[in-house]
Design a protein around this ligand. Structure first.
Ligand code: GRG
Length: 308
């Protein structure tokens, strides 16, 4: 991944340095996370070490990047969007720690390292997930008040995206769907909640941090929804086409767990076409920004073409 040349990324024919954008934003978000979280040696040290172990294990930081890119597209300042960026990454990391537990997906390998429960034991891993979930709201409570979006509204946004009607609903449907033959609409229901809800919430929170207009929020919602769906279709494709080393997590698990995925239901070729169509819809959603959302555009393109 280097420069994207997507039409309209920042004007016709221009290039956007996504690699530089992701490198710089990741550095900033990591520093913010480090500042927001209790120190590793704060008592009881085990839980803070466990939280930090998974948080700084080397995730791609896609959700914070989406927060910051959306804030930028709406004319906001990077600093104002950092609480939301850090909060969504804490929620995401909590969901991965719990997803990897023996009671869920039972995985030994995540972000290129042994999973949290493999290192700290199941009890501490459950608590590390709980603590990351909780600290996410403590962090977001420090977001700046916005005229259109008081902090309570921003907190409600994150709670809804990660609650029992969205992220957790997706995980429930995913668990209950194992070993069953699901049709595309049921799979879409899972993807909307398990994956798209938090990606969509990320761009919406980015917009809110910039006090975006109702029109901008609508465009970001449309963009985030479609990027989120494309993200999960690509994730399903990578699960069957990439190695565990490349992904930093166990590849091929969906087939073993008899999970419904797009490749399993419609095949690899059609899955790729579906991801392309969803990404095209995400690009179209950016129209109201009139080429002034280059980072969002480049991120959508990268998420479609990514190989890990
Ligand atoms: C409440 C007990 C309890 C558990 C909740 C909600 C949940 C567990 C799990 C859902 C998490 C999940 C596996 C979502 C799928 C989204 C997905 C493809 C995650 C991987 O995201 P990447 O590729 O990961 O951005 P990195 O590691 O790069 O951040």
């Amino acid at each position: 991944m280097a420069r994207t040349t997507s039409p309209g990324a920042s004007g016709p024919g221009s290039q956007f340095d996504l690699e530089g954008f992701l490198r710089e934003r990741t550095e900033t978000v990591n520093a913010a996370l480090d500042g927001f979280l209790p120190k590793a040696n704060a008592r009881p040290a085990t839980i803070h070490k466990a939280m930090r172990y998974s948080l700084f294990a080397g995730g791609k930081r896609i959700r914070p990047a989406l927060v910051l890119a959306a804030a930028e597209a709406c004319g906001g300042a990077l600093f104002d969007a950092l609480p939301a960026a850090a909060a969504v990454e804490c929620i995401h990391t909590y969901s991965l720690i719990h997803d990897d537990l023996p009671a869920m997906d039972n995985d030994d390998f995540r972000r290129g390292k042994p999973t949290n429960h493999k290192v700290f034991g199941e009890g501490i891993a459950v608590l590390a997930g709980d603590a990351l979930l909780t600290v996410a709201f403590e962090i977001l409570a420090q977001a700046p008040e916005r005229k259109r979006y008081p902090v309570a509204v921003q907190i409600r946004e994150l709670a809804q995206a990660s609650g029992s009607l969205q992220l957790i609903a997706g995980q429930v449907a995913d668990l209950e769907g194992e070993g069953k033959k699901l049709a595309v609409p049921q799979l879409r229901y899972i993807h909307e909640r398990k994956t798209s809800a938090l990606l969509c919430g990320s761009v919406r929170l980015g917009g809110m941090s910039a006090n975006c207009t109702a029109g901008q929020l609508e465009a970001l919602t449309d963009f985030g929804y479609h990027v989120g769906l494309a993200f999960q279709v690509i994730d399903d494709i990578l699960d069957v086409t990439q190695t565990s080393e490349k992904l930093g997590k166990t590849a091929g698990k969906d087939v073993v767990a008899e999970k419904a995925t797009y490749p399993a239901i419609v095949g690899l070729e059609k899955s790729r076409r579906i991801a392309e169509q969803l990404t095209a819809k995400a690009f179209a959603a950016l129209k109201p920004f009139r080429g002034k959302a280059p980072a969002l555009q480049a991120l959508a393109e990268y998420l479609l073409k990514r190989d890990r």
